[in-house]
Write a protein that binds this ligand. Structure first.
Ligand code: NAD
Length: 487
């Protein structure tokens, strides 16, 4: 059987490139090429911009209620096709179906639904200034670009396009070259729901296509999800045309477990925040600070549950709860961090090796790994690994652990486990992170704004405020009396 080839999705249909250049996409659980994708060459790039200009003219002229109605149809189609879309994500990412079929599509649809609901509620202001007055309008920015990471491909495309489209913008999305199909499926759904051609185009390729989007003078905003280092390049490039930017970048988030915490609950949070999606989640609590008095019981429970309850294997098997990493290269990177943990003196509690499960022997698996006896200056404690590697550290004093938790250039997320309500809020208020949880970890409903402090990000996704990131305020002053002029 020949390998399918997907073209770029421009103006409501697939469009062939002129160069004929393609890239391969592999299933991380089998190490086989599952399809090829045409790279967006110059002909595609020009077509994408022209189409988005036309799309924007039509879409921005519609009433918010009309846009909302169409977006809600797309939401219904996403939910109707949940399992089919979940399979696309499983094959592209290597994540378990038992996650994808209840999280990835659902949380993407939730966000589009949320912003479709909010779109008609956007209000301007009006105020008298003497006899004169002014009023404001919330206008869309124009053509926005989205650049996605590979861990939640379809969800990221939904989280970016939902508010952008609700506010009346056109959108050009470039998915990660590792996981390009989900965005195409979303583009088809938007068209089927009645979104006009050109409002959501998908261009394909790696960094150079992303770079083109960030520098293009007709693009008014870039919303980026990816690594801190790439984010800096994106901001620098966007600066050449002073584009608006939203940056959703990496993290090295702390979870602090106090002496009065429920150990079982705290271990659940630590495992979810390190092993869900085989550790490839930006908000993961990869630094777990456990109070000295609880340390032994915490690591005993953690080891027992990690070794007993995690099932790695063919991600399509509904019993499997732990999938393959995105690529061979990423697997090697994660294993090299494990080596550095060992050479820098951490003790391996469990895991630490590649895995070759019987049902997916060629997949890029790394065992769920826990290091104990960690110190703050180890590479595994300081750097984002983006794999299933947890570092456990001990603390005794509240002020001291807050200082240690904050001693990083990143600030995406943080968590606290304690039964003491005053301490919970007191500590969380001092943690330098944009997304915080108390006696919970990882939940991210559409209503809650998410984004990073420090080098973990700029701007927010989700929540009411995100519509502001996709609109600009026009102030209109209205003179009611004659102009007084010295001239
Ligand atoms: P990455 O930075 O390597 O790539 C992200 C995207 O940027 C890809 O689409 C890539 O093709 C594109 N790109 C590469 N070079 C570019 C350039 N010069 N200009 C424009 N675009 C360019 O990241 P990744 O490996 O795909 O994803 C993993 C990272 O994403 C982790 O650091 C993770 O923490 C982060 N992440 C953050 C969030 C969040 O919401 N904060 C969510 C998911 C992932």
């Amino acid at each position: 059987m020949s390998t399918p080839v997907y073209q770029n999705f421009i103006h409501g249909q697939f469009l062939a490139n002129q160069s004929g250049n393609t890239f391969d996409v592999k299933n991380p659980a089998t190490d086989t090429v599952i399809y090829k994708v045409e790279i967006a060459d110059e002909s595609i790039q020009q077509a994408a911009i022209k189409s988005a200009q036309q799309g924007f003219a039509q879409w921005s002229a519609m009433t918010p209620v009309a846009r909302s109605r169409i977006l809600l149809k797309a939401v219904a189609l996403l939910r109707e096709r949940n399992d089919e879309l979940a399979l696309v994500e499983v094959l592209d990412t290597g994540k378990p179906m038992q996650e994808a079929n209840c999280v990835d599509i659902e949380t993407g649809a939730d966000v589009i639904e949320y912003f479709a609901g909010l779109a008609p509620t956007q209000l301007g202001q009006q105020q008298m200034v003497g006899d004169d007055f002014y009023y404001t309008r919330k206008e869309p920015l124009g053509i926005c670009a989205g650049i996605g990471a590979w861990n939640y491909p379809l969800q990221i495309a939904c989280w970016k396009s939902g508010p952008a489209l609700a506010a009346g913008n056109a959108f050009i999305f470039k998915p990660s070259e590792e996981t390009p199909l989900g965005a195409i499926k979303l583009a088809e759904i938007f068209i089927e729901a009645g979104v006009p051609a050109g409002v959501f185009n998908v261009v394909q390729g790696a960094g150079e296509v992303g770079q083109w989007l960030t520098a293009h003078p007709q693009i008014d905003k870039v919303s980026f999800t990816g690594e801190v280092g790439t984010g800096k390049k994106v901001v620098a490039s966007a600066a050449s045309t002073l584009k608006d930017v939203t940056m959703e970048l990496g993290g090295k988030s702390p979870l602090i477990v106090f002496e009065d915490a429920n150990v079982e609950q705290a271990v659940s949070a630590a495992m979810l925040g390190n092993f869900y999606t085989q550790g490839e989640i930006c908000t993961n609590c990869t630094r777990i600070y456990v109070h000295k008095t609880l340390y032994q019981s915490f690591i005993d429970e953690l080891k027992a549950r990690t070794e007993k309850n995690i099932i790695a294997g063919d991600p399509q098997d509904l019993n499997v709860n732990f999938g393959a990493l995105i690529s061979k290269k990423h697997q090697e990177l994660v294993l090299s961090y494990i080596d550095s943990g060992l050479s820098q003196g951490a003790t391996l509690l469990t895991g630490g090796t590649a895995l070759s499960p019987a049902s997916a022997p060629n997949g890029y698996f790394v065992a769920p790994t826990v290091f104990v006896d960690c110190h703050d200056d180890m590479s595994i404690v300081k750097e984002e690994i983006f794999g299933p590697v947890m570092s456990v550290l001990v603390f005794e004093d509240e002020d001291d652990v807050i200082k240690r938790a904050n001693a990083t250039h990143l600030g995406l997320a943080a968590g606290v486990f304690t039964q003491d309500i005053k301490r919970a809020h007191r500590v969380i208020h001092q943690l330098q992170a944009g997304i915080c949880w108390i006696n919970a970890y990882g939940n991210s409903p559409a209503e809650m704004p998410v984004g990073g402090y420090k080098q973990s990000g700029i701007g927010r996704e989700n929540g009411v405020e995100t519509l502001d990131h996709y609109t600009q305020t026009k102030s209109i002053y209205v003179g009611m009396s004659d102009i007084e002029s010295p001239f």
